[in-house]
Write a protein that binds this ligand. Structure first.
Ligand SMILES: Cc1cc2nc3c(=O)[nH]c(=O)nc-3n(C[C@H](O)[C@H](O)[C@H](O)COP(=O)(O)OP(=O)(O)OC[C@H]3O[C@@H](n4cnc5c(N)ncnc54)[C@H](O)[C@@H]3O)c2cc1C
Length: 232
């Protein structure tokens, strides 16, 4: 195991991939701590999206560091510690057909499945038209920001749209969008994109507010796929 800070209070954990472990970009695992030195009422298992792509060697999961027993143990455990992984689970994956454009809406930590899908798309020459809207409070909080922007050079049909909702509290410079994602911002960046399929991922509150924006813009529920990171 290795770990690396990838944004403020946000840590990536890299695990050796068990032999024969196959998954699709966008899927998640249940990660179980074995015999941890402390635990609490939420137990020793959490669901984490696999943020690495199937073509990458190690399994990466990324999480916001909060002061819970699970995350204290995960952050402090020796690097050779064994964990149990179950999965992969989940159906929020890339469609096989590239007929419809894909619009990804991610809030904060909800970027993890899209990072996997985009690295996969870059490696496998995906023909899909892809637009990613990525909302964070500040650039400091936005994991994979540089990588997600630079993937535009590797995926011909991909556009990155980042927005910062509390830029006034940031020490970074930022030239992208600011403020909450709304109908006007969507319209500005989706000119010429015909009948896309929308994917929304993030903490439950954020998923609900993005869903409401799409519904108010007249998008049919059947064209929206969501995954909530329950627990946030
Ligand atoms: C399909 C799926 C995929 C997921 N993928 C990811 C992922 O890629 N990355 C990721 O980080 N998480 C992911 N999650 C969520 C993850 O499983 C955990 O629930 C989450 O990380 C919270 O864990 P925790 O240990 O911080 O809180 P828990 O100990 O699980 O606490 C849960 C409850 O306590 C409250 N709580 C705990 N700490 C705080 C705090 N500091 N402030 C306020 N309230 C608090 C929460 O509101 C919550 O109700 C995913 C969940 C699902 C279902």
């Amino acid at each position: 195991m290795a770990r690396k800070e990838v944004a403020q209070r946000t840590m990536a954990f890299y695990f050796e991939r068990p032999a024969g472990f196959l998954f699709q970009a966008g899927q998640f695992i249940d990660l179980m701590l074995l015999d941890p030195p402390e635990t609490d009422s939420e137990g020793n298992i959490r669901a984490f999206t696999i943020a690495s792509a199937p073509t990458e060697e190690r399994l990466m999961v990324v999480t916001r560091l909060r002061d819970t027993a699970f995350k204290r143990v995960l952050t402090g455990m020796p690097l050779h510690t064994m964990v149990n992984i179950e999965g992969p689970f989940g159906k929020l994956t890339l469609p096989e057909s590239a007929a419809r454009p894909l619009v990804f809406l991610a809030g904060g930590i909800g970027i993890t499945p899209f990072r996997s899908m985009l690295v996969e798309a870059a490696t496998c020459n995906f023909p899909h038209r892809l637009v990613l809207f990525y909302s964070n409070r500040r650039p400091e909080d936005a994991l994979f920001l540089d990588e997600l922007q630079s993937l535009q050079q590797k995926i011909p049909g991909y556009t990155f749209v980042g927005t910062m909702t509390q830029l006034e509290h940031s020490d970074y410079s930022w030239t992208g969008e600011t403020g909450l994602l709304d109908h006007a911002m969507l319209t500005r960046h989706l000119q010429g994109i015909e009948s896309p399929l929308y994917y929304i991922v993030g903490p439950p509150g954020m998923v609900k507010s993005f869903q409401a924006i799409l519904r108010n813009a007249g998008i049919r529920q059947a064209d929206i796929r969501t995954e909530e990171f329950a627990g946030y």
